[in-house]
Each structure stands twice: as structure tokens, then as C-alpha cells.
Design a protein around this ligand. Structure first.
Ligand code: HEM
Length: 120
């Protein structure tokens, strides 16, 4: 029996859209990171995040944004901010009823990108 993709287990396009709304809400109310997004266009960022998340978990979305190194180079993001963003994502999974297994898989994916995001 083959297991459903992480994309499917997150609820597909609809589930990821709902998770992304909550990630954005968490970022903009998180004092550790909210200033980073002060000049962002919410609809643009949410579209990029939906496509990135979807494409990275097994969906058919086409992510057209920058790779993580290019997107974050020059921002000088520190560990505390990285953990803040990760916490916002994990909270959003929880508020959407996503289970522990998926939580751990997403956490591992986020940590795998840390070197392209922190201190670059
Ligand atoms: C594993 C963690 C992270 C992932 C997966 C991620 C993902 C992304 C993606 C997909 C974009 C869009 C790139 C584009 O439009 O070409 C982006 C942009 C951005 N990220 Fe991250 N990011 C992460 C961590 C962080 C952290 C820790 C910060 C700072 C607190 C941060 C701040 C930003 C900002 C300010 C932008 C630009 C938003 C805009 O277009 O206005 N990111 N990120």
C-alpha cells in the first residue's frame, strides 16, 4: 500500500491555502519577525508560499519565485528569526488539524533549508 503524498495529507491545494493564511497571520503578529514583512504585499507573499509549499510536498503547483538562497541573501536573518518563522508554520499546521507525522515531516523540510536562509 503506498502512502499518500505529504501534499495530499496536508489537504491539497485547499488545505495548503488555509495553512498559508494562518502562517501569514502568525508572521504578522509575531514580534520576532513581523517587521521583516512590513513592506510586503500579502497577496504576493501568500501566492509564493502556496506555490512553494505545494510544489515541495508533491503537488502540481509551479513555483516561479527565487530559490531560498537568492530570496534571503542580504537579509542577515538570525537563528531566533528562523525559529520564529518555523514556529509560525508549525502553529499553522496545528490550527488546521494537521497530525504529528506531517508536523515532523514539515519540520525536517524547513530545517533542511536553514543554511540557505540564515546568515546569508
Ligand atoms: C524555512 C523557512 C523559510 C521558507 C521556506 C521561506 C520561504 C520564502 C519564499 C518562498 C519566499 C518568496 C520568494 C520570492 O518571492 O521569490 C520568501 C520571501 C521572503 N522571506 Fe522567507 N522563508 C523562510 C524563512 C524566512 C525567515 C526566517 C525570514 C525572516 C524572518 C524570511 C523573510 C522573508 C522575506 C522578508 C521575504 C520577501 C517577502 C516579499 O516578497 O515581500 N523568510 N521566503
Amino acid at each position: 500500500m503506498s502512502e499518500a503524498s505529504l501534499y495530499e495529507r496536508l489537504g491539497g491545494a485547499e488545505g495548503i491555502a488555509a495553512i498559508t493564511e494562518d502562517i501569514w497571520g502568525n508572521h504578522t503578529s509575531n514580534p520576532l519577525v513581523q517587521n521583516r514583512y512590513a513592506k510586503s504585499d500579502p497577496e504576493h507573499v501568500k501566492k509564493q508560499v502556496r506555490d512553494f509549499f505545494g510544489a515541495g510536498t508533491g503537488g502540481s503547483e509551479n513555483y516561479t519565485g527565487d530559490d531560498m538562497l537568492t530570496a534571503h541573501t542580504g537579509m542577515n536573518i538570525n537563528d531566533q528569526e528562523f525559529n520564529g518563522v518555523v514556529d509560525d508554520v508549525l502553529k499553522a499546521l496545528k490550527s488546521n488539524g494537521i497530525g504529528d507525522k506531517e508536523h515532523d515531516e514539515v519540520l525536517a523540510i524547513l530545517y533542511s533549508m536553514k543554511g540557505d536562509i540564515v546568515g546569508v
